[in-house]
Design a protein around this ligand. Sequence first.
Ligand SMILES: Cc1cc2nc3c(=O)[nH]c(=O)nc-3n(C[C@H](O)[C@H](O)[C@H](O)COP(=O)(O)O)c2cc1C
Length: 339
Amino acid sequence: MYEFLLRPLLFQFNPETAHKMAIRALQIVEHTPGLPRLLKGLMQHQNPLECMGLTFPNRVGLAAGLDKNAQVANAFASLGFGSVEIGTVTPLGQPGNPKPRLYRIPSDKALINRMGFNNNGIEEAVKRLKRYKNRVFVLGGNIGKNTATPNEEAIHDYRKVIEGIYNHVDYIVLNVSCPNVANLGKLQSKAYLSEIMGMMHDFRAEQPTQKPLVLKISPDLLEQNLLESLELVSCYNFNGVIYSNTTTSREELSIDESKIKLIGNGGLSGVPLFVNNRKRMALIRKNIPSNVALIACGGIFTADMAKQMIDEGADMIQIYTSFIYKGPKIISDIARLQK
Ligand SMILES: Cc1cc2nc3c(=O)[nH]c(=O)nc-3n(C[C@H](O)[C@H](O)[C@H](O)COP(=O)(O)O)c2cc1C
């Protein structure tokens, strides 16, 4: 139904309008008593697995960015996702970059976005997250810094957001890998990253419950920087790695150079990420402890592609772009996979 009816309808609108329409429809699901539970019964494929000390209903998660403000996490779970990652959440609400900032490239099964952490801020997010106290899905919280905060002070932003979100989610993701916030990527250098991950490690140690911490990595890191980041994952006892965020590379796109130029800057997601990300899975697996979860994300459009990631060492799968192009069916296709 999605591919033949809903997608053609949604794709009539510009991508951000279509996104808003979809969120509104999901809000109706979310706020209709009994409906999420009914849909979950019909659509969620139960294939439970233990990962990072949590029990996931299945291995397919919604990647960060689609439910930035924790508006419809339960509705997403009712479509079949075993986990939903909300955010990126920053301390203060901010509008993000000027529009237009989201583009579809159907011939490459890809998107380019330069949203720039548009979100309502941690206070709003926490108010909404309180609704999910009795959830039956795994909830992740992805944290970032405000665009106006200089990198030298970024650690305080991350501290504010982890403090706010910690008690309301099951795991926390450090996002320093989004290419759409000026200079954010520089936080992936060893000195900054070590400081921020150390703060998160120490913050967790002070809490009565030890929740999993996860690092989300850019696919654009040189191998040496990637290995340095993985060293810090071990050093600060992080429990998972998400590989990857979007890329600034356009090499894998097949459309004309002129069209690429017209779109301009932004992070590319979808199928063009897949081959390079798969190539890096084994390297990452080899360089993190066996009890650290590897969450593959980037261009996973079929169950076979998910299987390839699992064969290379991934424990879990996250999707964003394939959900936009294929709808809920892709979730159950992947959820059925056995390791
Ligand atoms: C429109 C859009 C917004 C995104 N926003 C975020 C975000 O706020 N935080 C984040 O960590 N990743 C964000 N991402 C990246 C996705 O979570 C994911 O890592 C990336 O798209 C690769 O997966 P995919 O090919 O399945 O889409 C965004 C992606 C898109 C397309």
